[in-house]
Structure formats: C-alpha cells, structure tokens
Write a protein that binds this ligand. Structure first.
Ligand code: SF4
Length: 236
C-alpha cells in the first residue's frame, strides 16, 4: 500500500495565516491534469490517492479525476480541502457520485466564525466549511478534520472537539504549527505557548474519548496545512 500525491496546484480561496505554501500560488504553475492523470493511472490495489492543493475543489477537472481514480481496482481517494465548495449541495453531490471511495481531510481553524475566519483571512469561510462538512457527511463521505494549533485557537480546542462531533466528522487531527510559508513571518505572534497549550490538548483528547471523536496530536516536525497530516493527510 502506498500514498500517492495528486497535486492540483496552489490556487486557493482562503488565505490562511498558517499556510505552509505561503505565496506560492502567485508564482508556481497551475495544476497539470496530464500529470495528475498519470499518477492516478499508476495506482495499484491498496494505494491511497491523495488529492491536494492549494484547494483542489477549485480545479474543474477534479470530478473527472476522482472518477478516474474510482475506476482503479481497490484504490481509495483522500481529498485535502477547506471544504468551502462542498457547502453547495449540487457540488457535494457531484463529488459523492464521482467516487464511493472518497474521504475528506478538511482544514478548520477554530470553533467559531470569528476564530476560523481570522485564521483564513476570508470572511464567511467558517460557515461554508462547516456546511461543507455536513453536506459531505450527509452523502456518506468519511470526514477527518485538521486543526493547526495557534495562539488564537488553543484555548478553544475542547470546543473544537464538540463542534467536530456536532458536524458529524469522524476524527480530529491537532497539528503543530511549523515555520513554513505564511507562518514563518509571524511565528512569534501566532505560536501558542507550549506549556499553556499542553493541558488543553490533553483536555481535548479526553473530550474526544467522551464524545467518540478520534483525536490525534501531531508532533513537532509533522507539517500542517498545506503540509500533510499523519493518519489523515497525504505525505508530500
Ligand atoms: S492552509 Fe489550505 S485552505 Fe488555507 S490558504 Fe493554505 S491551501 Fe488554502
């Protein structure tokens, strides 16, 4: 079994202060559909195809690529997304119909609109991401949620666990903030105090056990968005 990354470009409709890709969207090439297709065609039984961006749902060919992946025998697909476009039921239908082997890894940054939208620099993004998770779950897609822990959200991680449960997601990954991309310039401002954060992380794990949400905590050096999360996201 192998994880194979299907890269679909750096374009994104969020502008997160912790994005490991920073300003690559301004200079890097757009997605190569030919290369993505070649990666899919090379998948073997047991492999997981990890569709990553940027934001893969902005790529018009994504449903076709998911259908192509679904045609590979015993190959599953994981879509790393901010979930915003799945707020539209018609688009959620398209993805659900494209592949029955599709799981989502959705980036979330807090338990409220103010907290999440501060991190994404995108007003209205929380409402769309939350609705996107609900729409995906309503269509039977397994959903894991990934949260990069910052100074502005660490005190609310127990509430995040409750939100994840309320939205119907299956698992929560709490990722360490890494000095990459957009986070590099403002690391001191957005890094949580480790000593203060540790008991909250433990409380979040306890709440996860109580509510039946699988909570995992990343180690330093495991990159966050849009790096990859062990257990939920692809390895870059
Ligand atoms: S972290 Fe993800 S959702 Fe946020 S800007 Fe980067 S690619 Fe987009």
């Amino acid at each position: 079994m192998a994880r194979r990354t299907v890269f679909l470009g750096f374009s994104c409709n969020n502008r997160c202060i912790v994005c490991a890709q920073g300003d690559l969207r301004a200079s890097a090439p757009l997605a190569s559909i030919e290369e993505a297709s070649r990666t899919i065609d090379a998948a073997e039984p047991g492999d997981v195809l990890c569709f990553v961006g940027g934001e893969p749902t902005l790529v018009g060919e994504l449903p076709d690529l998911l259908r192509r992946a679904a045609d590979r025998p015993s190959v599953s697909a994981l879509l790393q997304t901010n979930g915003r476009r799945l707020a539209y039921p018609a688009y959620a239908d398209v993805l659900a119909q494209a592949s029955r082997q599709l799981s989502l890894d959705v980036s979330l940054f807090g338990s409220s609109a103010a907290m999440h939208d501060y991190h994404t620099s995108s007003p209205g993004s929380f409402a769309q991401t939350a609705r996107g998770i609900q729409n995906a779950r309503a269509r039977g897609m397994p959903v894991g949620v990934s949260v990069v822990v910052t100074r502005s959200n660490f005190r609310h991680l127990v509430e995040v666990v409750r939100l994840v449960r309320a939205l119907g997601a299956d698992a929560l990954r709490l990722a360490h903030l890494e000095p990459l991309g957009s986070a590099r310039a403002s690391l001191l401002r957005i890094s949580p105090n480790e000593e203060l954060a540790r008991p909250v992380l433990e409380a979040a794990a306890t709440e996860g056990r109580r509510l039946g949400v699988q909570v995992t905590v990343g180690e330093p050096g495991e990159p966050g968005p849009r790096g990859r999360f062990a257990g939920l996201g692809p390895t870059a």
